[in-house]
Write a protein that binds this ligand. Structure first.
Ligand SMILES: Cc1cc2nc3c(=O)[nH]c(=O)nc-3n(C[C@H](O)[C@H](O)[C@H](O)COP(=O)(O)O)c2cc1C
Length: 302
């Protein structure tokens, strides 16, 4: 028995080099899957593992003598690297300033995003935490304005096949099932938004992906934690900010390409392999605008 993902449905294998194990027990303390225990002053595999080894790699990464190797679930000792020092990473102030500088950017320069920069954004997003390893987040990359616009146009055409979704009869029918808040959201936000996108697209105004030179869709699978693609998208957004790019998350697209025959065709056309509970499209590009002020934010429950 192993936790399934679209990448693997096998447990990882734990190999302990007994001769170099110092019996310090660090591996046991970080394995919350209880796959390891100390016996006769040595780490050994335990029989009380909750799921079998999920391949998080914590034991292998913390072992001071290199006595543990994990192989499987896409992980191997080759994936280990020396952890960057605190001095090499950002401090609270510089990180907070990066967060404060970020604005949602919807006006982009007519400049392509270089492949090297795209690679850096994706590399950073790969370090996002995931519900369970290995991450089941998938990405679709549209690396030009033309491709992003074509996708937006196809999406709007797809919306045309879903007129029923915002029709009065459907909303009235659904109200007892999905409640007042959803009803309000559909009537006051989703319906006018969809109508707006469709009308503007007729005049070649792209208010969906905003003529951005780079669009990345982060999505999961039926197995993944719904939060995983959102966290990866957030890492990507902040990485882009650090590289001088602007970005904007787009919540509209994901929920509307999950169900139905037409949505399936659209997903297939763009190589989107799976449906998932959550997903997020993010557009990126060099900003054509410069904000002079930040805006202080509060939480709803502050
Ligand atoms: C989950 C999520 C979905 C969003 N969806 C859209 C969208 O579909 N279109 C859009 O123009 N902006 C979208 N935004 C951007 C928000 O409107 C923006 O974050 C908000 O207005 C605050 O502005 P700021 O990001 O500059 O602080 C979205 C943001 C998030 C976090």
């Amino acid at each position: 028995m192993a936790i399934p993902t679209t990448r693997t449905n096998q447990n990882a294998e734990i190999l302990i080099h007994e001769e170099i194990c110092s019996g310090c027990g660090l591996c046991v303390s970080v394995c919350k899957n209880f796959s390891l225990e100390i016996k006769n002053n040595k780490a050994v595999m335990s029989s009380s593992s909750v799921f079998g080894c999920i391949g998080c790699g914590h034991c292998m990464a913390i072992c001071p003598t290199g006595a543990i190797e994990i192989n499987g679930r896409t992980l191997s000792p080759k994936d280990l690297f020396p952890i960057p020092s605190k001095e090499e990473s950002s401090n609270y102030e510089s990180l907070l300033n990066l967060f404060k500088r970020r604005r949602s950017i919807r006006e982009f320069k007519e400049k392509a995003v270089e492949q090297e920069i795209i690679d850096k954004i994706i590399e950073a997003a790969r370090y996002a935490p995931m519900g369970l390893p290995p991450t089941d987040v998938h990405i679709m990359v549209l690396n030009s304005k033309e491709k992003s616009n074509a996708f937006a146009k196809d999406f709007v055409d797809h919306l045309d096949t879903m007129k029923w979704l915002t029709s009065n009869w459907f909303l009235t029918l659904m109200r007892p099932f999905w409640g007042k808040s959803n009803d309000q959201l559909f009537r006051e936000f989703i319906k006018p938004a969809i109508n707006f996108f469709k009308e503007e697209m007729k005049q070649n105004h792209n208010y969906l992906t905003y003529d951005a030179p780079l669009t990345i869709y982060f999505y999961g699978s039926p197995f993944s934690d719904p939060a995983d693609p959102i966290i990866a998208a957030t890492y990507a957004m902040m990485a882009a900010e650090s590289l001088g790019l602007g970005s904007c998350m787009l919540g509209t697209i994901h929920p509307l390409i999950q169900n139905g025959k037409n949505a399936k065709q659209l997903r297939e056309k763009y190589g989107i392999k799976y449906t998932s509970r959550e997903g997020l499209v993010v557009v990126f590009g060099y900003p054509a605008v410069k904000y002079l002020k930040g805006i202080q934010r509060t939480f709803a429950s502050d």
